[in-house]
Design a binder for this molecule. Structure first.
Ligand SMILES: NC(=O)c1ccc[n+]([C@@H]2O[C@H](COP(=O)([O-])OP(=O)(O)OC[C@H]3O[C@@H](n4cnc5c(N)ncnc54)[C@H](OP(=O)(O)O)[C@@H]3O)[C@@H](O)[C@H]2O)c1
Length: 248
């Protein structure tokens, strides 16, 4: 059947696949025919994603991408891939004046340095196939807006969006495309439950023209487009998916 969005015959790496958006991306990519290579830190939750994958030649590996050892393990075990989705990330909301060097290192470490360095290592080790697509899960925060307590998180996501533009120019010679997906609020565990009241939550949701937060699967469908040959002329772009939030 004609389907320009198919991932059949492609191998796709997904980080942060043990939870939330990364989990949905891994599962939906497998449903679109990809063999997926997934990673996360929590063995039990990563395995639960693995068990939900549609049929295919899949692999899972536990790794802390904040460490050199974790990056080395992933690079060594990874087969050469046609798609990479950098999804692992943390939020760590804190007022700016309390966001010292330690917080900056932690947030920049996993949100910026890890995906950047992992991409470099994969390129050096020739693990990224000609014609591949690299997708960074960034955010509207730091690109189009921010929030109270979101300064360092925004900085890490803004940095990713800048990195992608330079990478896209350089990697075009190998026909490798590089893009970001910038979601608004998505229903996951990234913001620890209980930090805001139900009333505050409802008020926040009401700021969205579509009157709800996004679902992880909705982000996955955009990622599938960017991984597929349907987006073969799209590179260096930042795709916003936010229920209209940043229009207002
Ligand atoms: N949810 C939102 O509203 C939203 C909006 C915009 C952008 N995003 C971005 O989307 C991405 C995924 O967020 P999410 O909402 O799905 O969050 P989540 O449910 O908390 O998942 C985060 C994932 O990142 C992994 N991770 C964190 N630190 C890691 C490390 N040091 N090494 C390896 N893996 C690590 C976690 O693995 P373990 O659990 O196994 O440790 C988990 O799989 C993040 O980059 C986030 O910034 C989220």
């Amino acid at each position: 059947m004609y389907n320009p969005f198919t991932l059949k015959g492609k191998t796709v790496f997904v980080s942060g696949a043990s939870s939330g958006i990364g989990k949905a991306i891994a599962i939906e990519c497998s449903k679109m025919g990809a063999d997926v290579f997934i990673t996360g830190r929590n063995a039990e939750r990563l395995n639960s994603t693995f068990l939900e994958l549609d049929k295919g030649n899949h692999m899972q590996i536990i790794a802390d991408l904040q460490t050199d050892e974790g990056i080395k393990t992933v690079v060594e075990k990874m087969p050469s891939v046609d798609g990479i989705v950098h999804c692992a990330g943390i939020a760590k909301p804190l007022p700016f004046r309390f966001s010292g060097k330690e917080v900056m290192n932690e947030v920049m470490g996993i949100n910026f340095y890890s995906p950047a360095i992992l991409s470099q290592e994969l390129l050096k080790n020739k693990k990224i196939n000609r014609g591949a697509s690299i997708v960074f899960i960034s955010s509207v925060s730091g690109v189009l807006c921010s929030s109270v307590g979101g300064s360092v998180y925004s900085a890490s996501k803004g940095a990713i969006n800048g990195l992608v533009k330079g990478m896209a120019i350089e990697l075009a010679a190998k026909m490798i495309r590089v893009n970001t997906v910038n979601p608004g609020m998505i229903d996951t565990n990234i913001y620890v439950a209980g930090t805001i009241t139900q009333e505050q939550l409802n008020e926040d949701i009401n700021r969205y023209p579509l009157k709800r937060y996004g679902k992880p699967e909705e982000v996955a469908y955009l990622v599938i487009y960017l991984l597929s040959d349907a987006s073969s002329w799209v590179t260096g772009s930042g795709m916003v998916i936010d229920g209209g939030y940043t229009l207002l």
